[in-house]
Design a protein around this ligand. Sequence first.
Ligand code: ZN
Length: 345
Amino acid sequence: MPIFTDNNMPMNVCDLMNSEGNWDMNVIIKYIDNSSHNAINSVTINLCLHDRIRWKSTISRNLTTKSVYNFLNNLTIDKDESRFWKQIWNLNILPKVNMFCWKVVSNALALGKNMSKYVKDFKPYCLLCDSHDIEDEMHLFVNCLFSRNIWDAFELNNIYNYRGNQDITHWFKFWLNNKVFNGKHNLISSIIWSIWKFRNSVQFDKAVPNVHKLIDLVKVSHQKFNIPWDSKTSHDFVIAKMLHNDNPTDGRCTYDWFIHFDASFLEDDFSMGYAISILDKTGDRKQCRAGCSWASCPLEAEAKEGIEALRWVKDLNLNNCCIIKDCQTLMKLMKGGPEIQPWRS
Ligand SMILES: [Zn+2]
């Protein structure tokens, strides 16, 4: 609708009404084009009714589960896109590495390029090489000379000689769908995960970038986690390892269910994404779910998806669950810790 603007222009529909609850034509004439006056006048105002949210997909304009189901069914979903996300979630790796891969392709890592947007004087350059290249996903995992040494060490140099679209999603699609890498997806995920962990130790623990050390770390992490999932003993071993890593005070496998969840948060538009994964006691992933919402800060995003995870666990009627989460602040809050946090969290 064409609108003439000035500093006093009405911001809400009620600003176009007078004190008797009728359309205030003096205001409407001032701000809204003549061609729309009749249309506005034809709308009857009923002051006895409260405002209601209406759902366009039903004749009655009321929201029903069936209409939402039909609405979602009619959406045109890109089949390639949906196949790609299935590939990411079906990677046969530890859930936390699985979620990490999801964060990588969602550009949700706190890398130099992202951080320099929000933190004053933050240096956006790669911490692992001397190139002075901006640290983004493609640099850290694909183009960085330091990381290329790691790929070389595992005879995977063809993974960085990639000439396609230089964005991380296309690079993931490249190795997930290229026959050359069949049977190596676990190793590739382990390397990406290890590069990330190592990069964090350089940033936070002042570790010195050392190719040989990282190669050893990849070998250890790959051996530790790349255990055949078809044996019951292996499952218990993996779960025990998971518990050992995530909760050193309780290495016993006494839970029936394991709930992993993680969230990403984008300060640009306050949007958040989350993923929840439910495993049974043998380590088989039984359910996983991802979604998006809005939050005011990263901790609220973590808290919101924590609530979503707990709600889902309740809906599924699961008992004796172990929650595994890498946000220590949230875990302390969930355990009733005294930490002072934003009230929304
Ligand atoms: Zn680099």
